[in-house]
Design a protein. Structure first.
Length: 306
């Protein structure tokens, strides 16, 4: 570890591909970071990851030739929608401006979002969703119509107490449950205290009908600590713990990164509280599903063209 920390100092003042990595040593020192977690998107839109010891960031003595410039290899054939087995080698290039203390890990871990590159051509990988978004931003600017587009998604999700599902030779089913579920008004809960939001009547009730106020507050405080500006959180329309947390709008690539981090935080905070969160669109028959209304605007010279 001393060797790794020694090399941290050599990185100060270095800019790689227009991105400064000055804050990385400070983050490592302040939070006693032991592990670096490298995250990237697969084609369908889920985060994938692997981790390295923090010393591996500085394995090469020459700071100009480090993971920041050389990248780190991974098997692209094992990622959905990526490469065939005979062309599996790919590179992850960490984006230093995305580095945060990972909110889902017990061991002090720095999370970094990565771009995907072809190891031979050294060009960005065309199926990397982050690169697709970056190209869209570049195209908008190239048209001269606008400088930037801003995106403000309103993400909805359910928080359940129990889920089970199976598909066997002789059966197939799914089961979900929530202490808030309208279907549990007659359940023996020793005691059942009621306070079950009725179908389509879950919008904005105060506690105790809204049993997840503190849980959502823990979620947004974790998000804010991780660099996501939050505007509001509340119970949504459906029974059984439907929720919404809204972020402040931002540009396309930045908001894409934040949406992935948002889902990561929601699911991990729920898990730590012995609950499960899902963003699937329609988990409950006969009540509202979860949508993602998205506000959009394009700007030029600081003026909203819409």
């Amino acid at each position: 570890m001393a060797k790794g920390k020694e090399k941290v100092g050599k990185e100060v003042g270095i800019t790689i591909n227009g991105k400064s990595i000055d804050r990385i040593p400070k983050l490592i020192k302040e939070h006693n970071i032991q592990i670096v977690d490298l995250k990237f998107n697969d084609l369908p839109g889920l985060w994938q990851h692997f981790s390295i010891p923090v010393s591996e960031l500085y394995e090469i003595d020459d700071p100009v030739k480090s993971i920041w410039t050389e990248g780190i290899g991974f098997d692209g054939s094992s990622i959905r929608g990526f490469q065939k087995i005979q062309e599996s080698d790919m590179l992850l290039m960490p984006d230093p401006k995305t580095a945060i203390v990972d909110p889902g890990c017990e061991v002090p871990t720095m999370s970094i979002i990565c771009d995907i590159y072809d190891p031979l051509s050294k060009e960005p990988y065309t199926r990397d969703p982050r690169y697709v978004a970056r190209k869209a931003e570049g195209y908008l600017k190239s048209t001269g119509i606008a400088d930037v587009s801003y995106w403000g998604p309103e993400m909805e999700f359910f928080i359940f107490d129990d889920i089970r599902f199976d598909q066997t030779e002789n059966s197939g089913y799914y089961f979900l449950d929530s202490v808030e579920g309208e279907w549990n008004t007659g359940r023996v809960e020793n005691p059942n205290l009621g306070y079950k939001p009725r179908y389509k009547e879950g919008y904005f009730p105060v506690p105790p009908h809204d049993s997840q106020q503190d849980l959502r507050s823990r979620m947004i405080l974790t998000m804010i600590k991780s660099g996501i500006p939050i505007e509001v959180h509340h119970h949504e329309v459906a029974t059984a713990g439907q929720a919404e947390i809204d972020m402040k709008f931002d540009s396309l690539v930045t908001m894409g990164d934040r949406c992935m981090l948002y889902k990561y935080i929601v699911k991990n905070v729920a898990r730590k509280n012995n609950k499960v969160a899902t963003f699937m669109p329609k988990p409950i028959f006969g009540d509202n599903g979860s949508g993602m209304h998205t506000h959009q605007s394009i700007w030029k010279g600081g003026k909203n063209l819409l």
